[in-house]
Design a protein. Sequence first.
Length: 296
Amino acid sequence: MIWTQWNDLAIPSSLEVCETDGVAPYPKDLEKITFYVPSYMSGGAGLAPITSMTSLQMIQSLNAGVDDVLKVLPSGVTLCNAAGVHDASTAELAIGLAIAARRGFKDFILNQEQGLWSHIQYQSLTDSRVGIVGSGNIGRKIAELLRGFNTEITLFNRTGHDGCESISRLPDLLPEFDVVILIVPLNDQTRKLMNLENMKRMKKGATLINLARGAVVDTDALVQVLHEGHINAALDVTDPEPLPEDHPLWRAPHCIITPHVGGDSRAFIPRGRALIESQLALYAEGKPLKNIVVGG
């Protein structure tokens, strides 16, 4: 039995599909599900039914990052991610946030609301030195788009291979960058990678952009450096998330926040559907699936 949030996919007739309300499986189907695609952006609610799926063989995440799924992945179950689905949309947002933060869009919008014509010269993304922490598909797509702005780019990854610097070198190189973009998985090495010490190592007036996971940045430390005016920031992810309405990060200066929408543009739906259809075609034929993270 297959469960996805869409009930009109083009999939092999040999596969039986569960009824769906587009949110979560019905309790009557849980023990029969063998291939599960948690509803996109459903968070913990989409993962909770997994513990009751006694016949489960495959989980196809619609996210590129699967650290949350790994915490609840049953032994022997294959997990695939959605590598490639979100590259363009997330990279597009990274560029948008970089431009917005560097060019002072937040201030201009606030001035517009007050009817103020205030001509201010801000920084620019053009000719910046950019560090991209994370060299996966999305990180490299960001780098590709950034080259149109005459930027000098340094990519970082865990090993320092494939033309990248090692993440262990990041603290030493932070003072060189005008913009630092985070697009790494959350793990023991990257949790609070951008702590108070590292943020203070950044060049004064530099921009920190986080499209990875909120906990890659120490939130309390970020609030402090924003109030000090040392850096500015643009965040698509936060810790905690969702960000409570009374959280001080909302009111921190020099900061733009978007509510984890990097991959969730209208471009997601056809790409997500196409991925599931191709995976189910392979599954029906007993062939190896794409984007396997665990198992296989």
